[in-house]
Write a protein that binds this ligand. Structure first.
Ligand code: ZN
Length: 249
């Protein structure tokens, strides 16, 4: 059952036939882990809190810097040098006090990631580096938790959803041994993070409602300069070292 306040707060989405009271209750019982509270995590966590997700475990080890603020909209100028997890938790709680926020100030890795994902229904990959993305992929496969991936570069962005046992995994697309070049300054157009973060939260809500993710075995490519969306089919790599027959999980 929903309270009177919940019926008002969520009335615009309760009116959507595929959500309704039943869907709202499902959302209220959900727990999502959002890893990375930058451009993508700002948007996806904000929409999930607004939609009434039951619990958000938000993970980031970084502090707010001035050059974050063109896109990381959960943080603002007075938050400079604050841990992003604390700054984000404050805004999300202010938006929706019903949503349980669990801020984790940690760098997610193989040592702590499996424990942090415990009890979560979904992981949102809102990180900015391949090493962490591969860690999240391993956790997703080992714990059988769907992973909603997003990334941006310059004007552009990409998104996909990986469902263990059903779809390809992140390592099918990007080999795990390819960790790329060490972190350099990645150009980032703020609204590209807004678009991709919104798509990640859309996928998340649909999965939490029990729907098949729209981006299962599909990679969405957003081109901000020219405004084009393309979706390409992606499939399991039979030789994938993570989800293939010889994979570790
Ligand atoms: Zn794979």
């Amino acid at each position: 059952m929903l309270t009177e306040e919940q019926r008002v707060r969520y009335s615009r989405q309760l009116a959507i036939p595929d959500i309704g009271v039943e869907g709202q209750i499902l959302l209220g019982k959900s727990r999502v882990m959002v890893v990375g509270l930058g451009g993508l995590g700002s948007i996806s966590s904000y929409y999930l809190a607004a939609a009434g997700a039951g619990s958000l475990r938000i993970v980031d080890n970084d502090t707010v810097a001035l050059d974050n603020l063109n896109r990381q909209l959960l943080h603002s100028t007075p938050d400079l040098r604050r841990p992003k997890a604390d700054s984000a938790a404050e805004k999300l709680r202010r938006l929706n006090p019903e949503c349980r926020i669990e801020p984790i100030r940690a760098l997610i890795g193989q040592d702590n990631g499996f424990d942090l994902a415990e009890g979560c229904d979904l992981i949102i990959d809102a990180t900015d580096n391949l090493a962490t993305r591969h860690v999240l992929n391993r956790i997703s496969l080992a714990r059988r938790i769907p992973l909603v991936y997003g990334g941006i570069s310059g004007w552009n962005g990409t998104a996909s959803t990986f469902v263990p046992g059903e779809t390809c995994c992140f390592a099918c697309l990007v080999r795990s041994e390819d960790l790329g070049t060490p972190k350099t300054v990645i150009p980032a157009f703020g609204p590209a993070a807004g678009v991709i973060g919104s798509i990640q939260s859309t996928e998340a809500v649909r999965i939490l409602l029990g729907m098949r993710p729209s981006l299962a075995n599909r990679l969405l490519k957003f081109q901000g300069n020219g405004l084009r969306f393309r979706v390409v089919h992606v499939g399991k790599d039979p030789d994938c070292t993570r989800c293939g027959p010889s994979g570790g999980e």
